[in-house]
Design a protein around this ligand. Structure first.
Ligand code: FES
Length: 157
């Protein structure tokens, strides 16, 4: 998943693939997220018009789901699991450590990293779990988190 910039023609094709059915709004938003990396204001206006919904309807769904970010992600996206099994194994503390290390809070970005919560990565046996650019890491201690972030910086990508 990368931020490709919002392309109206591609967005129209995605909407057409879902036959512009308003009951498929969440699926359409997921397809937008997959393709563009975020849901810009332009997309919200377009979907309201195409699906015959109010902008408030579309915005309500976008703001309900944490995954539907409305600005482009940074080069790297780090998601820290906040669900029960990971919480029991210290994901809240790990999240605080990540926020301090990166100098940002959940749902925000610095120049290189977007930090987001996620609710179960299906890796509960190896809690706390973290996803970095789509790859899941288990049993992530603060030291391991620092090593992962260090490797991203070293790779310079
Ligand atoms: S609760 Fe974190 S991976 Fe399942």
């Amino acid at each position: 998943m990368a931020a490709n910039g919002f392309d109206k023609a591609m967005a129209a094709r995605i909407v057409a693939d879902f036959e512009a059915r308003p009951e498929l709004l969440v699926q359409i938003l997921n397809a937008f997220l997959e393709h563009f990396g975020y849901i810009p204001e332009t997309a919200i206006r377009m979907l309201a018009a195409e699906l015959n919904l109010s902008r408030a309807d579309v915005y309500g769904v976008v703001s309900y789901y944490h995954d539907f970010r409305t600005s482009p992600p940074a080069k790297h996206v780090i998601k820290i699991c906040q669900a029960e099994a990971c919480q029991a194994m210290g994901s809240r503390e790990l999240t605080r450590h990540a926020e301090q290390t990166l100098g940002i809070e959940l749902h925000s970005s610095n120049a290189d990293v977007t930090l987001e919560p996620v609710y179960c990565l299906g890796n509960c046996a190896c809690s706390p779990a973290v996803m970095v650019d789509g790859r899941t890491h288990g049993r992530v201690s603060e030291e391991r988190f620092d090593a992962i972030v260090g490797a991203l910086a070293e790779a310079g990508t």
